[in-house]
Design a protein around this ligand. Structure first.
Ligand SMILES: Cc1ncc(COP(=O)(O)O)c(C=O)c1O
Length: 445
């Protein structure tokens, strides 16, 4: 009898995320990673064009991150974080606050992007309760938002096939226009508009006034909802409106944080600071699950009281895991010593230049680039800008075509994007763009 492969064994006992286990093709058996590449059990080399779900920035199996992880494992692998502290958690908080947008002074750790958002929503809700305004407990989020898969994060996300089965569990969130310029909600053109779409956020803030706790946004790049790139003016305007209406602004930088949009944090594009920021994904360079939610001192101070009911009663077994914190510190070191952000600037240039010619292909509606993310929005009808949604067969078909060429991508339906680790080289980028160009050129007009 032949020995079962990794795929055979997987199929017998594992349940994968976002996967229809009856019909999905077998998973890729990945046994090794190095730099921008992943290697399969059967010896194939794949360029990781999706940064392993947007988390990897310095490349796989990076020697400096490996060393930090190994060194920390020799000292302390984990300890509970209520009533205890440890050097990596404290140093990471210090280091984060030194690079985060100004005004953020406190770091609350959790486990992943969804929990970082969940913590932000719970903090905002209790903040108002602690301050004697308990009626402020609703949130405004944007169309096309994606904030994660826990119940609060799903509630804040746009209604979709990802959230619909759980609708009875979700709370209502007011939804404002997003600045999706290619599909402008007001039918305007970016070249001549004055960001009139902000009016919807203003209307909701006015209508719901004292019931609003906060406004939650994915600054500059709305990811899973369609890789929508914003004009920075929208972000600046949202901050102004939050100030004017006295509500908290929560920036979900789970995807955008740590250089992905070309700035360390996307809020920098509009020179704004949120009241609360959510971080995860690239926080550990993509090594280990870790979430962080940072707040201003004034948010923090609302929880200080002799009255113990004003405590923030939230935590997880692995809060501030020392191994994850140590790798996150080493990742910040690579921004300081190894020019990680400069690499993103180079990558942005290669993407802009390389992807521009795709705009004239019949199947391409728009090409968008921000920082280290190149996006190609595919359409069925270029003039009418029509496209199918996430469940369209196009996504998996394209993914397969790229896989055959050695490029790992996972299109969001008709939204094709290339988001590699920052260590990708100019020639690797050019090669990936060539694959994308060839495959998209072969699509029926
Ligand atoms: C903007 C944003 N927020 C939150 C999340 C949830 O993060 P996680 O998958 O780590 O729970 C994601 C994940 O893609 C995201 O893109």
């Amino acid at each position: 009898m032949t020995r079962p492969t990794l795929i055979d064994r997987d199929r017998a006992c594992v349940w994968h995320p976002y996967t229809q286990m009856l019909t999905a093709p077998p998973p890729l058996p990945i046994v090794r990673g190095e730099g921008a590449y992943l290697y399969t059990e059967d010896g194939r080399r794949l360029l990781d064009g999706i940064s392993s779900w947007w988390v990897n920035i310095h490349g796989h199996s990076h020697p400096r991150l490996n060393a930090a992880l190994a060194a920390q494992a020799q000292q302390l692998e984990h300890v509970m974080f209520a009533g205890c502290t440890h050097p990596p958690a404290v140093e990471l908080a210090e280091r984060l606050l030194a690079v985060l947008p100004p005004g953020l002074t406190r770091v609350f750790y959790s486990d992943n992007g969804s929990t970082a958002v969940e913590v932000a929503l719970k903090l905002a809700c209790q903040y108002w309760g602690n301050r004697g305004e308990p009626s402020r407990r609703s949130f405004i989020a944007l169309h096309f938002a994606y904030h994660g898969d826990t119940v609060g994060a799903m509630s804040a996300s746009e209604d979709s096939i990802f959230t619909r089965p759980f609708a009875p569990m979700l709370f209502t969130v007011h939804r404002a226009h997003a600045p999706y310029c290619y599909r402008c909600p007001l039918g305007l053109e970016r070249a001549t508009c004055a960001i009139e779409c902000l009016g919807d956020l203003e209307r909701l803030l006015t209508e719901h006034g004292d019931s609003i706790a906060g406004v939650l946004v994915e600054p500059m790049l709305q990811g899973a909802g369609g890789m929508i790139v914003w004009p920075a003016e929208f972000l600046a305007g949202a901050r102004r409106l939050c100030d004017r209406h006295g509500v908290l602004m929560i920036a979900d930088e789970v995807l955008t944080g740590f250089g992905r949009t070309g700035r360390m944090f996307a809020c920098e594009h509009a020179a704004i600071s949120p009241d609360i920021i959510c971080l995860s994904k690239a926080l550990t360079g993509g090594y280990l699950p870790l979430g962080a939610t940072a707040t201003t001192e004034s948010v923090y101070e609302a929880f200080l009281s002799d009255d113990r009911t004003k405590t923030f009663f939230h935590g997880h077994s692995f809060t501030a895991n020392p191994l994850a914190c140590a790798v996150a510190i080493a990742s910040l070191d690579l921004f300081r010593d190894a020019g990680a952000l400069e690499r993103v600037h180079d990558l942005e240039g290669w993407l802009r230049q390389g992807l521009a010619p795709l705009a004239s292909l019949p199947a391409v509606g728009e090409v968008r680039v921000i920082g280290g993310v190149g996006i190609v929005e595919l359409v069925k009808d270029k003039a009418a800008r029509t496209a199918a949604g996430y469940l369209d067969h196009l996504g998996p078909q394209l993914a397969r075509a790229f896989l055959d060429r050695g490029l790992l991508l996972r299109p969001l339906g008709n939204i094709l994007y290339f988001m590699p680790p920052y260590v990708v080289t100019e020639s690797e980028t050019a090669w990936a763009i060539e694959q994308i160009h060839e495959v998209v050129a072969g699509l029926p007009a």
